[in-house]
Write a protein that binds this ligand. Sequence first.
Ligand SMILES: [Ca+2]
Ligand SMILES: [Ca+2]
Ligand SMILES: [Ca+2]
Length: 608
Amino acid sequence: MLKIAAFLAASTLALAPPVLAQENGDASFRDRPQADEVVYFVLPDRFANGDPSNDRGGYRGDRLATGFDPSHKGFYHGGDLAGLTRKLDYLQGMGVTAIWFAPIFKNKPVQGPAGDESAGYHGYWVTDFTSVDPHFGTNEEFRTFVEAAHARGMKVYMDIITNHTADVIKYREGDANGYKYRHEADYPYSRQGGIGGKPINEGFLGGSVRTEENFAKLTDPSYAYTPYVPRAERNVKVPAWLNDPIYYHNRGDSYWVGESAVQGDFVGLDDLFTEHPRVVAGMIDIYGGWIDRFGIDGFRIDTAKHVNPEFWQEFVPAMLDRAKAKGIPNFHIFGEVATQDVDPALTARWTRIAGLPTNLDMAFAAAAQGLVSGKLPPSAMARLLEDDALYEGGAATALRTPTFLGNHDFGRFSMFVKQANPTASGEEMLARAMLGNAVMFGLRGVPVVYYGDEQGFVSDGNDQLAREDMFPSKVAVYNDNVLIGTQATTAQDNFDPTHPLYRQIATLAAARKAHPALRHGLTTIRAYDFEGPGLLAVTRHDPASGERVLVAFNTGATALNRNVSIDYDVSQVAPVVGNCPTGIAAPGSVALALPAFGYAICSLGKDD
Ligand SMILES: [Ca+2]
Ligand SMILES: [Ca+2]
Ligand SMILES: [Ca+2]
């Protein structure tokens, strides 16, 4: 217990009381810049069940008909918008200012090969892009949720998809070859079923000529395969234009490389022909409609790198204009450009070629996982921060970029920490989890907390294994997990505002709110170790307010004492969170003492 006290000292000294509703309930939330948000990412199905009557989505029959089976990790568990609305106090108490929820559009309830079916509980298999899925509630319940969040000054970010729909379209020749990807070189648009086939689509110049005149000549979708829609699903997609196979690439499954990465079906999910002007206009109409109707505050864009960049060049300005017209000047758009490598060039590239304002900081997540688990030296994170110059708009763009530690696809942060430290004690796991939160809240970018991380959830793996229930779970592979910082398991309700990670996040969020340099401060690297775990220290300076902060982390299992350079005109050091020195050591230097896995966020006052 003494050991845990040392680990916890960094965060327990300055625990702030929960933020009261009226403190955040500011009518001017629309004016709040994107960099000021603290985001909570949640799968509504796995969060809170506010209405058991919608658990089967109005369908009848077994789980293959309704999608509902709370004991199976791949089916609906009952969470919904009514539940999310009721838990706003819980989120606001942690300092959350914006909620990003996985897609709530109507899904194909169940899909997949016989014997390996799963459900659309995650929301990424859309059939009706204009309606809330009946498992989650109604469009009116969505309005209630948005208005309840806005009344508290909290923003709502929708998770949207333009790359694909549910898997509805099949190919006559598909079963015979496993829906293998068929390239343009072998199956050009000009011939039916390959270069030896009969001439079709005369005069069509391909997807790179994105004019209505050109696409008017694309009339026959049977160039690579013969696509068809099963009779029972002929009108299942909304709006109705989505039911016509001509608006899809129909080239087979992506193998994630080259042409197939953009034109291939995402594991069968019907890949839209996003070069087509009708598709561009249709998606602008669909998602502009959600802005018009509900006044939502931002979009997380799924599978962004699987769509041609020119689509985003049209879609993004259209959405920003639509939001401005609705009185939403700070509409927040962030794309999913997926990588598990420390590869900021990839995510930065898509801010340049596609005009995506920001992308989820996948490279930051990989760097943070490596840094805090001890697999990467602090120099890896320093390098990532220096590479902020790569973004369109440079380091200022990084300030608006959502950062995260783990997610629903790759797995939870704590899982990566545990994989790298399989024998770590519960105390050490808690200390490292806290260090991870401090890294995310202390460094540049908009922190995104993955639901359940604040209750110490530890996923066994990725995808379905990382999507545990916050309400009492019936999934055996979740309920045998050893959670961090609590004796509870996922078999119990886990909305505990006294959990040490929940309290730490509240403290860190309050620090961000109180200190503009933690939201708007540009980064100067001050010190980093480059062989094994150790020290990372940066200062951040907000040009507008003049405020400066020092942010430092010890990623090692032993305490460290080090001098770190600071601006020469700093005369005072004040603690914000963690183990801050009481003053400067000399003009231009401060002496840091950090316990194992310790951190410090310290105010250095304002510049002149
Ligand atoms: Ca329900
Ligand atoms: Ca399909
Ligand atoms: Ca695509």
